[in-house]
Design a protein. Structure first.
Length: 638
C-alpha cells in the first residue's frame, strides 16, 4: 500500500512486531495503517472521523436513531463522564454569572437582547434548579462518528451524506483534522477518548441520547406493576432500530399471530415465550405438533403428553384446592360452574350445537350423575371422587328418554370406543411450574379439539387462582383446531375477555385466517387483542386480512413479499415492520427448520417415555385462596 502525501505509514511487519508481546491481541490489529490529515486507510478500508461540536437545544428519546439507521457503515461512539455535584454547582454558578453579566451590560448599553443568550440563560436557571433539588446530575458527553468506505472517492460521498444527516439533526459535525488516528481510536470499543471534545448534559438529555432507544414503538411504562420490562421481537426492517414491546403495558395482554405455513409463526411464538420466561412470566403452551418439547426440556418445564397411555383428564373434576394447612376449599358455585362447562365439553365431543331439548336433558343427566357419585349441592360432599364420562353415558341410557338415549349412544366412542383412553379414569396430571407444555401430537384428530378445550380449562383454573398472582401467558398454537367448533370458539372468546382481570395474556397463533376471521367470535377475539402480529400471507388470502386490519397498500405488499421471520407488529395506534432476531443459543431451542432440526433427531429418537413428566396427582391438590368469600372450607363444613 502506498501512503498519501504527508501521511505516516505503519507496515504489516511493524504492527505484528509491536503486538507480539500482547499474545492473542495481535489477531485484532489491522494488516496495515496509513494516516492522512482527514482520513485513515485501515487494512484496505478508508475511514474518517467527526467530532460533534454543536447540539440542538431540546432532544427527544431516540434522537440519535437516524445515525444508527444510516444505510452505510457508521460507528457511533458515546463517552460519558459524571461530574462531581460540587464541581457541577460551581460551574453552573459561574456560567450564570457570565450570562447575567452579559445581559446587564447589553441592557446598560441600550442594545437589543440576543435571543440565543436569553434562551441559554433560561436553560441555565432551569438546570441549576433541578440539580439543586436533586432531580438530575451533570455529565460530560463526547460524541464521535466514524464513516467507512471502500475507496477514497466513496468516502468523500459518505462523509458528505453523514454530515448532511447530522445537520438535519441540528448536530455540528467537524472533522478531526490532523487527529484522524486519535479520532478513529476514540470510536473503537476501548473506552479511550483521545479527542476530548465534550459537552455538558443533564440526566434526562443523556438518557434520551441512548443510541439504541427505538422510536418505532412507545416505550414500556417503567412504573407499571404488570411487568418489569418488555420483550425484544427483533429489529425494524426500515430503520434497523430495535423493536421492543411490552404486552403487559397495553390495554389488554392478548396477542394474535397470523401467518401462512413456513412464515416463522411458531418460531416467533417460541421466541416470545422464551424471552418472557427471562422476565419471570409464567407460560403455558398448547402444542399440537410437539414442537416445544426441546424448549421445555432445556428450561426445566413440565411436559404433559396427552395421548399417552397413562395420561387421562376427567372433565367432571371439581375445582377443589388444598391450603397450606391441609384444609381443602372450593368456590361456592363450583358444582354449577362445572355443570355449565360440561355442556361445552359435550358439545365439542358431539361436534354440533345442542338443541334446547338436548340441553335440558343433558343438564338433568349431569346433576343426576353427580348425585349417583354422592356429590350434591352440599359442599361437604364435594371432596368425594368425581364421576367419569362413562357414568354420564350410563345415566343417559338409564333414563329411557329418546333424546337421552341418543346422546348416550353418540358418546359411545369416547366411553368404550377408540377414543375412550383420554376419559377412562381420574385425572392423572397436575401441570404447574414456570413453563407447561401440553402436547397434542399423539391425540387422534377427532380428539384434538376436546383436548385443547380441556387443557384451556386446566390452565384457566391455575390462572384464576387468587393465591398465586403473577403475570402469565397462555399460548394456543394452531388455534383453528378449537375455532372450528362453535362451543370451543365461545370458550376461547370468554377466556380472551377475562384474561386481563387475572393478569394473563392469551396468545392465538394460527395459519388458517378463515377460521378466525370467518366468524363473529373470531373477529371478536382479534378485536380483544391489543397486540396483533401479521406474518407473510399468500396473495390469494391477503384481501381478508387487509379489510380486517385496515392495511395500506404498502403494508399489503410487504406482507405478500415478506421473507421468513418478517412481519408487521400492530399495537393499536402504531405499526412497525420487523425481522425476528434470535441468538444462536435461542435458535437451537426454537428452530423448526428441517435442515437445522435434523441434527437433533438422533438424540431425541433415543429418548423414551421416562423423559416425560408424569406428576400423577389428583386435581384436588390445587391451591386456591382460603380467605376468599367465593370459596367454602370443606373441612369446616363437614
Amino acid at each position: 500500500m502506498t501512503g498519501t502525501s504527508g501521511s505516516r505509514r505503519r507496515g504489516k511487519s511493524s504492527l505484528a512486531s509491536s503486538a507480539a508481546p500482547m499474545g492473542r491481541a495481535s489477531a485484532f490489529t489491522p494488516d496495515s495503517l496509513s494516516v492522512a490529515a482527514r482520513h485513515l486507510e485501515v487494512g484496505g478500508e478508508f475511514v474518517a472521523t467527526f467530532a460533534i461540536t454543536g447540539y440542538p437545544r431540546e432532544v427527544h428519546p431516540g434522537w440519535l436513531q437516524p445515525l444508527l439507521s444510516y444505510p452505510g457503515r457508521v460507528d457511533v461512539s458515546l463517552h460519558v463522564e459524571p461530574i462531581d455535584p460540587v464541581t457541577a454547582a460551581n460551574r453552573l454558578k459561574r456560567q450564570l454569572s457570565k450570562l447575567e453579566s452579559g445581559r446587564r451590560h447589553t441592557h446598560e448599553k441600550g442594545r437589543l437582547l440576543d435571543p440565543m443568550v436569553e434562551a441559554a440563560t433560561e436553560d441555565a436557571y432551569d438546570l441549576s434548579a433541578r440539580v439543586a433539588r436533586g432531580e438530575g446530575k451533570l455529565y460530560r458527553l463526547g460524541l464521535y462518528l466514524t464513516v467507512h468506505a471502500a475507496s477514497e472517492e466513496a468516502l468523500a460521498d459518505e462523509v458528505a451524506a453523514v454530515r448532511s444527516l447530522a445537520a438535519s439533526l441540528l448536530l455540528g459535525a467537524q472533522p478531526t483534522t490532523y487527529r484522524s488516528l486519535q479520532g478513529w481510536v476514540s470510536t473503537l470499543p476501548l473506552a479511550l477518548d483521545l479527542i476530548g471534545m465534550r459537552r455538558t448534559f443533564d440526566t434526562s438529555a443523556l438518557a434520551a441520547a441512548f443510541p439504541f432507544t427505538s422510536p418505532d414503538l412507545p416505550p414500556a411504562d417503567p412504573t407499571s406493576v404488570a411487568a418489569p420490562s418488555g420483550v425484544l421481537y427483533g429489529f425494524n426492517v426500515g430503520s434497523q432500530g430495535l423493536v421492543h414491546w411490552d404486552r403487559f403495558a397495553a390495554d389488554n395482554y392478548n396477542s394474535v399471530i397470523l401467518g401462512r405455513s413456513g412464515a416463522g409463526k411458531s418460531y416467533l411464538v417460541k421466541l416470545e415465550a422464551l424471552r418472557s420466561l427471562y422476565r419471570g412470566v409464567e407460560v403455558a403452551i398448547i402444542d399440537p405438533e410437539d414442537e416445544y418439547r426441546r424448549l421445555c426440556d432445556a428450561v426445566g418445564g413440565t411436559y404433559v403428553h396427552l395421548g399417552a397411555e397413562d395420561v387421562r383428564v376427567n372433565p367432571f373434576d371439581l375445582p377443589i384446592a388444598t391450603r397450606p394447612d391441609g384444609r381443602r376449599t372450593a368456590p361456592r358455585d363450583a358444582l354449577t360452574r362445572r355443570a355449565l362447562f360440561l355442556h361445552t365439553v359435550i358439545g365439542v365431543l358431539l361436534g354440533a350445537e345442542l338443541s334446547a331439548p338436548q340441553r335440558a336433558v343433558l343438564d338433568r343427566a349431569i346433576m343426576a350423575t353427580y348425585q349417583r357419585a354422592g356429590i350434591t349441592s352440599d359442599p361437604r360432599s364435594w371432596s368425594r371422587p368425581a364421576p367419569l364420562l362413562a357414568d354420564l353415558a350410563a345415566t343417559l341410557a338409564d333414563t329411557g328418554d329418546g333424546i337421552a338415549v341418543d346422546l348416550g349412544a353418540r358418546l359411545h366412542p369416547y366411553v368404550e370406543g377408540a377414543f375412550s383412553a383420554l376419559f377412562a379414569g381420574p385425572t392423572t396430571t397436575r401441570p404447574e411450574g414456570h413453563l407447561t407444555v401440553f402436547s397434542l401430537r399423539d391425540l387422534a384428530d377427532e380428539l384434538k379439539p376436546i383436548g385443547t378445550l380441556l387443557i384451556l380449562d386446566t390452565v384457566w383454573r391455575r390462572v384464576s387462582n387468587p393465591t398465586i398472582r403473577r403475570p402469565r401467558l397462555v399460548t394456543v398454537d394452531e388455534a383453528w383446531l378449537l375455532m372450528q367448533d362453535p362451543a370451543g370458539a365461545r370458550f376461547l372468546h370468554r377466556m380472551a375477555k377475562a384474561s386481563r382481570k387475572q393478569w394473563a395474556g392469551l396468545t392465538i397463533a394460527t395459519q388458517d385466517v378463515g377460521d378466525v376471521l370467518g366468524t363473529d367470535l373470531g373477529k371478536a377475539i382479534v378485536a380483544n387483542a391489543a397486540t396483533q402480529i401479521l406474518l407473510r400471507r399468500a396473495p390469494q388470502a391477503i384481501d381478508e386480512v387487509v379489510a380486517t386490519f385496515n392495511l395500506s397498500v404498502g403494508e399489503k405488499q410487504f406482507l405478500i413479499s415478506a421473507d421468513k421471520g418478517q412481519g408487521l407488529l400492530s399495537t393499536g395506534t402504531q405499526r412497525v415492520a420487523f425481522q425476528s432476531l434470535a441468538s444462536p443459543q435461542e435458535n437451537a431451542l426454537i428452530t423448526t427448520d428441517p435442515a437445522e432440526f435434523a441434527k437433533y433427531l438422533e438424540q431425541e429418537s433415543t429418548a423414551d417415555d421416562g423423559g416425560f413428566v408424569d406428576l400423577g396427582v389428583d386435581d384436588a391438590d390445587r391451591r386456591i385462596d382460603p380467605d376468599s368469600d367465593d370459596h367454602v372450607d370443606l373441612d369446616s363444613a363437614a
